[in-house]
Design a protein around this ligand. Structure first.
Ligand code: ADP
Ligand code: MG
Length: 341
């Protein structure tokens, strides 16, 4: 077994050597990976690159008291890969910037790196470089690189009035998982799938690439802020409005009952609970029905609304407009630009 990754014992350069050894990048599209001044990627002919970054800061995005390092690592990579999935890109590799406090608990770093490299292998997306700095708090920042045929990326803009809005998978599960963890009920029977969904989200990589190859989607994004908000982002980028049918939002099995037990409104969570990392996309009116999408994309797909003229997102139940005052949105305006928490 490899020795624990202990920054105090290894020092910066020893740590880089150990990362290089564990990452074992071979064969891939990389002419150079960890070790030189920069990594060198050889993109395929007529392809272009998609780049995305996301950072997690201790005390802001996570607390060690409630996080296990392996899940945290999985999530750090998965949220980046979800952005690539939403563009229809195939992941090629990623950079990791590590900020370590002066006295870093080696078990945390070791667990994080093990979780990260495990996820990297599973998603065929190797660690090819990065940086290590010292800092008052822990921070993990991933920059992922994806590849796709030139000019074929799935963008947020492009939806037109009359388009139908589709969603992969289900929503609300991750927010429920977080609520269960916060209520100290993460280990109760029935809690597991929700907690897992929150801690270890699965980026829709296959579905994103299939959708891009199919060429049927006019606009797409991944659902990270909650489906209502994210539909708002898509609509705003496309310069259109949208309608969302609350009763058609697919929710995980056992979702309603578990929400009720915690005193939570299932609709609120399904609409506004974030971090489900599903794909939301607009297709022309004449596109096939959701079940055909489901077959071709290899995952559940539901039709949840439509694009219309105007601005903003309206919520409907049984075809009737509703206001969900407690969520603070009533035909809510496209969200103002905001900085991440
Ligand atoms: P420089 O001073 O030129 O930036 P560094 O000493 O920071 O070089 O990094 C040396 C090599 O180690 C580079 O190839 C870099 O990408 C890699 N590296 C540094 N930190 C990490 C990390 N956290 N994960 C993976 N590779 C890293
Ligand atoms: Mg450096």
């Amino acid at each position: 077994m490899a020795k624990l990754l202990d920054p105090a014992r290894l020092g910066e350069f020893g740590l880089i050597e150990a990362l290089k050894h564990r990452a074992r990048v071979a064969g891939h599209a990389w002419a150079e990976a960890i070790g030189d001044d920069a990594a060198i990627l050889r993109p395929r002919k007529d392809h272009e690159l998609a780049l995305t970054a996301d950072a997690l800061v201790e005390g802001v995005h996570f607390r060690w008291e409630t996080t296990d390092p392996r899940s945290l690592a999985h999530k750090t990579l998965a949220v980046n890969l979800s952005d690539l999935a939403a563009m229809g890109a195939r992941p090629r590799g990623f950079l990791l910037s590590l900020a370590l406090p002066p006295i870093a608990v080696p078990q945390r770093l070791d667990g994080f790196v093990a979780g990260l490299l495990g996820a990297a292998r599973r998603f065929a997306c190797p660690l090819v470089g990065g940086d290590i700095v010292s800092s008052p708090a822990w921070m993990f920042s991933v920059t992922a690189v994806g590849e796709l045929p030139r000019g074929t990326a799935l963008l947020r803009r492009g939806a037109r009035p009359g388009d139908r809005v589709m969603l992969t998978g289900q929503v609300g599960g991750s927010a429920l998982g977080l609520a269960l963890l916060e209520a100290g009920a993460g280990r109760e029977t029935g809690a597991r799938p929700f907690v897992r969904r929150h801690l270890k989200p699965e980026p829709r990589l296959e579905a994103g690439q299939k959708l891009r190859r199919w060429g049927i989607a006019r606009a797409a994004l991944d659902v990270s802020d909650g489906v209502a908000q994210d539909l708002g982002h898509l609509a705003r980028a496309s310069g259109v409005g949208a309608e969302l049918d609350i009763d058609r939002l697919p929710r995980p099995r056992g979702f309603g009952a578990a929400c009720q037990k915690l005193g939570l409104e299932a609709d609120d969570l399904a609409l506004a609970g974030g971090e489900d990392f599903e794909l939301l996309f607009a297709v022309p009116r004449k596109a096939p029905e959701a079940s055909v999408f489901s077959k071709r994309l290899g995952c559940p797909v539901a039709e949840i609304g439509r694009i219309r003229g105007g601005r903003g997102v309206s919520l409907l139940r049984d075809g009737e407009p509703v206001t969900l005052a407690r969520l603070g949105f009533d035909h809510f305006k496209p969200a103002a630009p905001s900085t991440d928490k």
